[in-house]
Write a protein that binds this ligand. Structure first.
Ligand code: FAD
Length: 627
């Protein structure tokens, strides 16, 4: 066996975004020895890119807001397919997590009377997103990192070692979860800089690896989002929930091609920006679906009044949930009413004074100026849908984050259930904090209940190492970049925003062929530098994960014969109350592919059902489900 390092921890957290850092802090606060592993540099997770804010019903800007309203909005946004228990915990605990962040040093924007400021966002009834300009994720990460440093300083004072109880492993990629019988016992990883292997021995692992966007060609996600946590969980015997639901954010940049897909924050619309087509029409008024008709303005005048008098007017349809806006943009472009570069126009220049745009949306102003040579204080942006977020993920216990494999936990974007078929903007950042904390605590409870700690079998390590080295044994194998490009094209073109049976079948056929190609990719030894910083090798290993999650998405998308949230079937355009009762669950099949089963949704608790009018419930539930 090649030389490898071994390290032992109580809890290993894979992922150093908001979910991972909050889980690690929790486990450390409860006295455990923790490792945080991150594929990218410490601080460079997707969380850092979050712009709009963190949704929490603090009622700072509109005192009518409370957890019940937030819960209702989240369930509506997810079209009632959410794990209602997760939505309940999230709505109740999000304010506390935001205040905790403030106590740890986060500097949020303020209201005039000095409270944490909250802004409007799609699908939220009241201004609810706590924010720091359009750089909220940066502040979340800065604060949680600072908290970790302060805990390390405490440990130094007590043990003379900063890393006595919490160590960060940056630029270290986990390729396999290790098991002792049916229990988790550790993880196998390589260090990017050196290519050296590391075995982490740990009875409890928290997955917090984020999403899967790099399986698609046009995406707001960066290179780390290759579905690693999803695939690691599947390969370890856990299950994934409702993988067909992918959020295509309505507003990504469409031009220039090199930056296609980069996010244009929803705050642009929350702060007054409007969408228009090539005929200058505010087309969103034509796309308000029946389930939302009562809550959205029917004229531009009413929509505009809402910004200053939200109590007496309905919100503009530009602020419908993301799935609705993305489909509407897609339809306008298909109907030939798109912008010159194949999107639609998003204009804030005619709606707000230049200085306000620069103050409220500094990153957007900078991004368009630098990347597209467009001054958003003077002219509209061109935008179109981009693959942004995966609602599906590791099936977990809502209260503890425990997956079906003993010792495995998951939180954040790589876990499933919370957002149902569509996530509301801003709900992710608070999801990370609420469920990161719960998963960290769940892992500690599990540890404390363990009679016998597991041991890492040699055979598991040998298998992990052989798999990691396999691409070097095929120096003349296919180039991983070529295979990745074809995988991304398949997912974008055949499993994208609008889906049909024939295209999904074609996608599955293409994925079967890609499976052979993925197992044939090869890389050359990098010479004296060995395996250090070898991006071709890294991608060759990531491909296994992207392929597996793509199979899950395509299979589940073919199976679900309805349109709901982030899953639109042209051949089944309506929502079906019968399908709402079904979770689609993926597991690994005997041949290394994906098996799909139907699982009944747990009926909602009566006190939660009673938060809704029966007339609204009738839009989603079957007769026998109604209270
Ligand atoms: P991440 O923050 O992505 O962290 C994942 C971590 O896992 C990283 O450290 C990565 O290196 C690590 N990792 C992955 N694979 C491995 C592996 N194999 N081994 C080791 N480490 C691994 N949500 C909101 O609520 N509000 C917003 O305003 C908002 N804006 C957004 C803007 C953009 C541009 C994007 C892309 C997303 C936005 N979102 C927003 C969504 C939100 O940011 C993400 O859903 C969220 O940050 C995910 O957090 P996470 O902790 O689950 O994962």
């Amino acid at each position: 066996m090649t030389e490898l390092e071994r390290h032992s921890y109580d809890v290993v957290v894979i992922g150093a975004g908001g979910a991972g850092l909050r889980a690690a802090i929790e486990a450390r606060l409860r006295g455990k020895k923790v490792a945080v592993i991150s594929k990218s540099l410490f601080g460079k997770a997707h969380t850092v890119m979050a712009e709009g804010g963190a949704a929490a019903a603090m009622g700072n800007v509109n005192s009518n807001d409370n957890w019940q309203v937030h819960f209702r909005d989240t369930m509506r946004g997810g079209k009632f397919l959410n794990s209602w228990r997760m939505a309940e915990l999230h709505a109740k605990e999000a304010p506390e997590r935001v205040w905790e962040l403030e106590a740890w040093g986060a500097l949020f924007d303020r209201t005039k009377d000095g409270k944490i400021s909250q802004r409007n966002f799609g699908g939220h009834s009241y201004p609810r997103l706590a924010h720091v300009g359009d750089r909220t994720g940066l502040e979340l990460i800065r604060t949680t990192q600072q908290k970790i440093v302060s805990l390390q300083q405490e440990d130094h004072a007590e043990f003379g070692d900063y890393e006595a109880r919490i160590k960060v492993w940056a630029e270290t990629t986990v390729t396999k979860l290790l098991k002792d019988g049916d229990r988790i016992c550790g993880a196998f990883a390589y260090v990017r800089e050196t290519g050296k292997f590391v075995v982490f021995e740990a009875p409890a692992i928290v997955l917090a690896t984020g999403g899967i966007g790099k399986a698609f060609k046009v995406t707001s996600n960066s290179w780390e989002y290759t579905g690693d946590g999803h695939a690691l969980a599947l390969l370890a015997g856990a299950t994934l929930l409702n993988m067909e639901f992918i959020q295509f954010h309505p507003t990504g940049m469409v031009w220039p091609p090199s930056v296609k897909g980069i996010l244009v924050t929803e705050s642009v619309r929350g702060d007054g920006g409007v969408l228009t087509n090539s005929e200058g029409e505010r087309f969103m008024f034509n796309y308000v679906p029946d389930v939302f008709k009562d809550q959205y303005a029917t004229t531009p005048e009413e929509g505009d009044r809402w910004y200053t008098d939200a109590d007496n007017n309905r919100r503009p349809p530009e602020l419908l949930p993301r799935d609705e806006v993305a489909r509407a943009i897609n339809s306008e472009v298909k109907a030939g009413r798109g912008s010159p570069q194949g999107g639609v126009f998003l204009d804030v220049s005619s709606r707000l004074p230049a200085e306000q745009i620069i103050k409220k949306l500094p990153s957007m102003h900078h991004q368009f100026k630098e990347l597209a040579d467009v001054d958003i204080t003077k002219e509209p942006m061109q935008v179109g849908p981009t693959c942004h977020y995966v609602m599906g993920g590791v099936e977990v216990d809502p209260d503890t984050g425990a997956a079906s494999v003993p010792g495995l936990f998951a939180a954040g974007e790589c876990s499933g259930g919370m957002h149902g078929s569509n996530r509301l903007g801003g709900n992710s950042l608070t999801d990370l904090l609420v469920f990161g904390r719960r998963a960290g605590g769940g892992a500690v409870d599990y540890l404390e209940g363990l009679a016998e700690p597991p041991a890492v079998p040699d055979a598991e390590v040998e298998a992990a190492q052989a798999e990691a080295l396999a691409p070097f044994a095929r120096p003349d194998g296919e180039n991983p970049y070529a295979v990745h490009a074809d995988l991304q094209a398949t997912m974008n073109e055949l499993v994208g925003i609008i889906r049909t049976e024939s295209e999904l079948q074609a996608a599955l056929e293409s994925l079967v062929k890609l499976r052979d190609r993925v197992s044939g990719v090869g890389v050359k030894d990098a010479g004296p530098g060995g395996r250090g910083y070898h991006p071709g090798w890294h991608l060759a290993l990531d491909l296994r994960n992207m392929l597996l999650v793509s199979e899950c998405v395509a299979k589940a998308a073919l199976e679900r014969q309805e349109s709901r949230g982030g899953h639109t079937r042209e051949d089944y355009p309506g929502m079906s109350a019968e399908w709402r009762k079904v979770n689609l669950v993926c597991s690994l099949s005997g041949d290394g592919g994906v098996a799909l089963t139907h699982q009944p949704l747990v009926p909602m608790r009566t006190d939660l059902l009673e938060l809704f009018e029966t007339s609204e419930l009738k839009k989603y539930l079957t007769e026998e489900e109604l209270p």
